[in-house]
Design a protein around this ligand. Structure first.
Ligand SMILES: C[S@@+](CC[C@H](N)C(=O)[O-])C[C@H]1O[C@@H](n2cnc3c(N)ncnc32)[C@H](O)[C@@H]1O
Length: 298
């Protein structure tokens, strides 16, 4: 199994699909969400992005389907260049797929020893090994603090800088040994998951790509088009929530001359939708998911 789609029905219902409309799944992965969108289309079209070549192998053989192996940060440029025009809905299911963790050679997981790599796009020349051996202490601290929400970010950064001066960090096991003194015994797996998540977010410049995607979504959607985003991390969720409320990534709500809120989106649900207990029991990866939906109104 490449990946079990999270919040499948909830997210596809949220797109409010017009069977002849044009939709974009910007995080194709194993194609679970895309297949469900195609089921609900008649003469419509689906464009799917993924920057990982492994995901490309899952592409769907259907005349209504176009696969784009690229970063979703170029969404608007792609649609404009290919004269696709404005679209009816955009779905983003952020982060990595289960395949990334399960394929030991990709170096995303603390459970398998391999080169510590973590690149979604293997043509990129920036890997987790490069980050760990070249970033300065302040940069490392920032990553562990903001992207991992780790309370001992200082200690982690210091340990990495001290130990790598003796031997470079090349593999997952090298890194686990380096951070051993800073790894708590209690909830060790939870801690390591956060450390690895923080590196992955930086290696793939995920926050920057999300910011670009949000800005592009506004330019790419039709009026009444839907933006549907599933996040797995509080930093991403806050960005999405702010953007849906304000139309900009700073989250600053603008007011018009009369003092009315001037936002190009209307949130469709007030609160984020989260998976049911039954879904989490079947698929533990769903546990941190949050789904937010907005409709473009101007
Ligand atoms: C959570 S998985 C999506 C799973 C998918 N919804 C499914 O049902 O199988 C996220 C996917 O998005 C891709 N991805 C993440 N960031 C991306 C970006 N900036 N541009 C393009 N693809 C990206 C990853 O390679 C991964 O395959």
């Amino acid at each position: 199994m490449y990946h079990i789609p999270v919040l499948l029905n909830e997210s596809i219902d949220a797109l409010n699909i017009n069977p002849t409309g044009i939709y974009v799944d910007v995080t194709f992965g194993g194609g679970g969400h895309s297949r469900e969108i195609l089921k609900r289309l008649t003469a419509g079209k689906l464009v799917a992005f993924d920057r990982d070549s492994d995901a490309e192998d899952n592409r769907i053989n259907d005349d209504r389907f176009i696969f784009v192996r690229n970063n979703f940060r170029f969404l608007h440029n792609f649609l404009r260049y290919n004269k696709i025009g404005e679209v009816d809905g955009i779905l983003a299911d952020l982060g990595v797929s289960s395949h990334h963790f399960d394929d030991a050679s990709r170096g995303f997981s603390f459970r398998h020893n391999a080169e510590i790599d973590m690149r979604m796009n293997r043509n990129s020349d920036f890997s987790a090994a490069k980050l760990l051996n070249e970033y300065g202490e302040n940069e490392l601290r920032r990553i562990f603090h903001y992207y991992g929400e780790l309370t001992n970010a200082n200690q982690l950064a210091e340990t990495v800088v001290e130990k790598r001066s003796k031997t470079p960090i090349k593999t997952v096991d090298d890194f686990l040994n380096v951070i051993k003194p800073a790894t708590p015994k209690k909830d060790e797996n939870k801690f390591l998951a956060k450390v690895f998540q923080s590196l992955r977010i930086e290696v793939n410049k995920e926050i920057d790509a999300l910011e670009q995607l949000l800005v592009h979504s506004l330019k790419s959607l039709k009026i009444k088009g839907r933006l549907v985003v599933i996040t797995y991390h509080s930093l991403e969720d806050r960005m999405v929530k702010n953007f849906m409320r304000s139309g900009n990534t700073d989250g600053k709500i603008k007011k018009d001359f009369y003092g009315n809120t001037d936002c190009p989106f209307k949130p469709v649900t007030r609160k984020a939708i989260v998976p049911s207990d039954a879904e989490i029991e079947k698929n533990s990866r769903a546990r941190s998911a949050k789904l937010r939906i907005a409709e473009k109104i101007k």
